[in-house]
Design a protein around this ligand. Structure first.
Ligand code: UDP
Ligand code: MG
Length: 309
């Protein structure tokens, strides 16, 4: 019996890319000996994305869609896809053609060799991705690797193949801030990676603004590391230690009667400690916020409509 593959594509306002990616995938996969289907996760698009997907699913009986009630974000849309894939393996790929479908045969080859997770790494030595995006992405991976126990290669992408076994495991993940590339590394099993050179975005524009990327980065770090809390302790300790040296100076000033001249340094100290406290409070608040959100146990997404169930 032929093995089956499910391709999961989260899309948010990608109206012009739907047909492009369907054609590209068909071209690649129809040459291979698998039963396969595509499921688009429409992440609350407000353009003609859903309409265009619907058209494709009328044309081909192996194209499905799950439409979410609003924009739940890329990672949650991926979760919706994971929850519905029933095939022997599942491949997640972006809908903007930045992840080359031509790499899929290579992913499948590794899978046939016995790997249960085949993830991809973006080869960043080219100008298809904006420089600032490349630089900030590299910085992020360095910080994350330093602070947490998982080791993520810079450029790890949400383009990957997962064996059914892994999909079953990941379905049970209910933590609030999903950060798939970290979670995938974390689960273990037999993993390997494949490098790819990204294409420039075909049509439409990136949904990850720098602000969103910053938020995504913080999410990744605080999901996998409590080290920032420890950093706060060190900072507090160091500043307390430094201010200890300040006390003799205070006595000295009082003794020589020019205490009033100490005003400037007093302000500086107050400001410094104030800033430090705010910083530490901020870090603690971030984790507390996570606990708060998590304690509500809300679903990751809500399905409005689908032809996949
Ligand atoms: N995406 C999504 N929901 C969002 C943002 C993005 O489903 O809230 C999809 C988007 O349509 C694309 C993929 O996730 O298929 C990656 O997004 P994008 O290309 O904007 O990110 P970048 O490649 O710039 O990091
Ligand atoms: Mg993209």
């Amino acid at each position: 019996m032929k093995k089956s593959i499910s391709i999961i594509i989260p899309v948010y306002n990608e109206q012009d890319n739907i047909e492009v990616i369907v054609t590209a995938l068909q071209e690649v996969i129809s040459k291979l000996d698998y039963v396969w289907d595509i499921t688009f996760i429409d992440d609350g698009s407000n353009d003609r994305t859903l309409e265009n997907i619907r058209r494709q699913s009328l044309l081909y009986n192996n194209i499905f869609f799950i439409s979410l009630a609003r924009n739940f974000g890329h990672q949650n849309a991926l979760k919706a896809g994971l929850n519905f894939g029933k095939s022997d393996c599942l491949i997640t790929i972006d809908g903007d053609m930045q992840h080359p479908p031509s790499l899929i045969p290579e992913l499948l080859k590794k899978w046939e060799e016995g790997y249960e997770i085949v993830y991809t790494i973006r080869n960043d030595n080219n100008d298809k991705i904006p420089t600032l995006k490349r630089k900030t992405s590299k910085l992020f991976y360095n910080v994350l690797n330093r602070l947490s126990d998982i080791k993520l290669e810079p450029g790890t992408a949400d383009f990957r193949l997962l064996d059914k076994k892994i999909v079953d495991v990941l379905r049970g993940f209910n933590e609030d801030d999903l950060f798939w590339r970290g979670l995938i590394k974390w689960v273990g099993f037999k993993q390997t990676s494949v490098e790819y050179t990204p294409e420039a975005r075909k049509l439409g524009k990136s949904k990850y603004t720098y602000r969103k990327m910053m938020a995504f980065g913080l999410k990744g770090i605080t999901s996998f590391s409590t080290a920032p809390l420890t950093i706060a302790i060190y900072f507090g300790f160091i500043s307390a230690f430094l201010s200890f040296f300040y006390i003799p100076y205070v006595f000295y000033s009082i003794y020589f009667g020019h205490a009033i001249s100490g005003w400037a340094s007093l302000i500086v100290t107050v400001a410094f400690l104030g800033g430090l406290q705010l910083m530490i409070l901020g870090i603690i608040g971030m984790y507390l916020g996570k606990l708060f959100i998590q304690s509500k146990r809300r679903p990751h997404y809500i399905i409005k409509e689908s032809n996949a169930m």
